[in-house]
Design a protein around this ligand. Structure first.
Ligand SMILES: [Zn+2]
Length: 187
């Protein structure tokens, strides 16, 4: 049985946000662990996403792409629903959960009516990121835990690890390998 589509949600409402543009707010008290809404949009390949936004200003992060895995990108700019307006937060009350290559936004704690929803986009760093990528994806979520960037990890990785050190380095698995929001929803 396929998971039913959650295009709309009784839990939320979209309105202007003090963080950024439009935001998504709890229309009622949302218990912890609630599947709030599905992140919907046009399901395309990375190549299609690149082609579609080829002319997009690289200094503007306002697209609605959510990287599901290395094959699938959801472009909520086409056929998207309210989920695309959920802002990034470094210490959010929601998380993105990937199931059967679909994306669901779930609450990670009790959310009171009127609270803005947010989750960590954890936008992955890529080799061809422009030098000002941290500026483009600067975070102003206002959380005391704000790391100042929507990118993850917060620090630019050291380019070359000397071989001696590399041997000693224990490779830790990524926190959540495939289910990273990665280039998150580039808004
Ligand atoms: Zn932040």
């Amino acid at each position: 049985m396929p998971i039913p589509e959650m295009r709309t949600s009784r839990w939320i409402e979209v309105r202007n946000s003090p963080i950024h543009g439009k935001g998504v707010f709890a229309a009622r008290r949302i218990p912890k662990g609630t599947r709030v809404i599905e992140y919907l949009g046009d399901r395309i390949t990375h190549k299609q996403a690149d082609d579609r936004y080829e002319d997009h200003d690289p200094n503007d992060n306002h697209t609605f792409l959510f990287i599901v895995d290395r094959h699938v990108v959801i472009d909520a700019g086409v056929g998207g629903n309210g989920a695309r307006f959920i802002n990034h937060s470094c210490d959010g009350n929601c998380e993105s959960v990937i199931q059967e290559r679909r994306v669901f936004i779930e609450s990670t704690r009790l959310i009171e009516k009127g609270e803005e929803l947010g989750y960590d986009y954890e936008i992955g760093r890529e080799k061809d990121d422009p030098d000002n990528v941290d500026e483009i994806f600067a975070c102003r979520c206002g959380s005391p835990k704000c790391r100042g960037t929507m990118l993850y990890p917060a620090e630019k990785p050291v380019k070359k690890v000397p071989k001696k050190k590399a041997k000693k380095t224990v490779k830790k698995p990524a926190k959540k390998p495939v289910s990273r929001a990665k280039a998150g929803r580039r808004r």
